[in-house]
Design a protein around this ligand. Structure first.
Ligand code: PLP
Length: 360
């Protein structure tokens, strides 16, 4: 028998939001506007002009241009930007850098499941800290769980699936408690929120902020993400990362997406309006959490999330049943903010479902 490492033997496969042909997909927090026309044109024109040549490996000059554009977008130094195949790819590299067998990664739950998988794959141990009822992270709980083996702390802000953000004061406190660890702030949804921790990377030597082109920039299919890191980390990151992890098309598309400010503005406006609409119309039916992201978390109790998920599916709408999130219980569904029409359909469907809940 060929041996498989013990660390990966019982690993669970990552479960993405479901896709059901013909249904409205509100299960993966994608952009309701779709990809910008300017991005599509940039890809086609770059190919026609020969600048985008798929027979060639990505060129470091193009990657540098992308980093420059990102640096200008965030108003940070380009030396602090590192890139990867989505935030997933960036996280993979970071965990390789910091987690050895026996090390711990601190994870407030419920949250994005990849953190725990990557820590386990590296041979480390995820240590879970339960979030409060409002899903905030208790800094005291982090302090109690923190120990000599803690090498990374994973904080999504806004958090998936709850949608709430950390405050700057909380992040600073955690960074001080965890002075010998890397504090990862996953800002996949930051464009929809009103705050970002990017500026903290300048002040604190152990904070890393992750960003993506998958959400507000509508490029989830191309897999482009990046991190703002302290300068000491940028060099080792580049040595550890897979070569060419951001592909040729992704580089051209990400640059064009950053330049299309109008598409970004429209996306943010649509999401903020849709989010307010969903919260206002779903609150009479269920407990709905406040959200800084492009989704809302709904507690459908006394019904089970699975039952409501299936009832929505029968009405042609796919949302995320959060029972697969560690520590989320079995009554939470997460709904991505869609177009106006899609949001109205969700509200209509949930009103009808709520009326039947007594029979579940
Ligand atoms: C908190 C969080 N981080 C990261 C990701 C993945 O981002 P990317 O598409 O850039 O890999 C997601 C995707 O849903 C997410 O919710």
């Amino acid at each position: 028998m060929i041996r498989i490492r013990a660390a990966v033997r019982d690993l669970e496969e990552y479960r993405p939001g479901a896709f059901v042909a013909g249904a409205i997909k509100l299960s993966s927090n994608e952009n309701p506007l779709g990809t910008s026309e300017k991005v599509k044109t940039a890809i086609l024109e770059s190919m026609e002009r020969g600048r985008l040549d798929l027979s060639k490996y990505p060129w470091s000059g193009d990657e540098l241009e992308l980093r420059r554009e990102i640096a200008a977008y965030l108003d940070v130094d380009e030396d602090r930007i590192v890139t990867g195949a989505g935030i997933d790819g960036v996280l993979d590299t970071l965990v390789k850098i910091f987690i050895d067998a026996g090390d711990e990664g601190l994870i407030p739950i419920p949250t994005f499941s990849l953190y725990e998988s990557l820590v386990k794959i590296a041979g480390g141990t995820p240590r879970y800290v339960r979030r409060d009822r409002d899903f905030s992270v208790a800094v005291d709980a982090i302090a109690s769980a923190y120990n000599d083996r803690t090498k990374m702390i994973f904080l999504a802000s806004p958090n998936n699936p709850s949608g709430n953000s950390l405050t700057e004061a909380e992040v600073r406190k955690i960074a001080t408690i965890a002075a010998k660890s890397v504090v990862v702030i996953d800002e996949a949804y930051a464009e929809f929120a009103s705050r970002s921790m990017v500026n903290l990377v300048d002040d604190e030597d152990n904070i890393v902020v992750l960003r993506t082109f998958s959400k507000a920039f509508a490029l989830a299919g191309l897999r482009v993400g990046y991190a703002v890191v302290p300068v000491w980390l940028a060099d080792v990151y580049r040595r550890v990362a897979m070569p060419f992890s951001v592909n040729n098309i992704a580089i051209v598309a990400a640059i064009a997406a950053l330049r299309d400010k109008e598409h970004l503005r429209k996306t943010i406006e649509l999401v903020r309006e849709g989010r307010a609409y969903l919260i206002e119309h779903l609150r009479p039916l269920f407990r709905v959490l406040p959200s800084d992201a492009n989704f809302v978390l709904v507690d459908v109790s006394p019904a089970r999330s699975r039952t409501v998920y299936e009832a929505l599916l029968r009405r042609g709408i796919v949302v995320r049943d959060c029972s697969s999130f560690r520590g989320a219980g079995d009554s939470l569904i997460r709904i991505t903010v869609g177009t106006k029409d899609q949001n109205e359909k969700v509200v209509e469907a949930l009103e009808a479902i709520k009326a039947t809940i007594a029979h579940f």
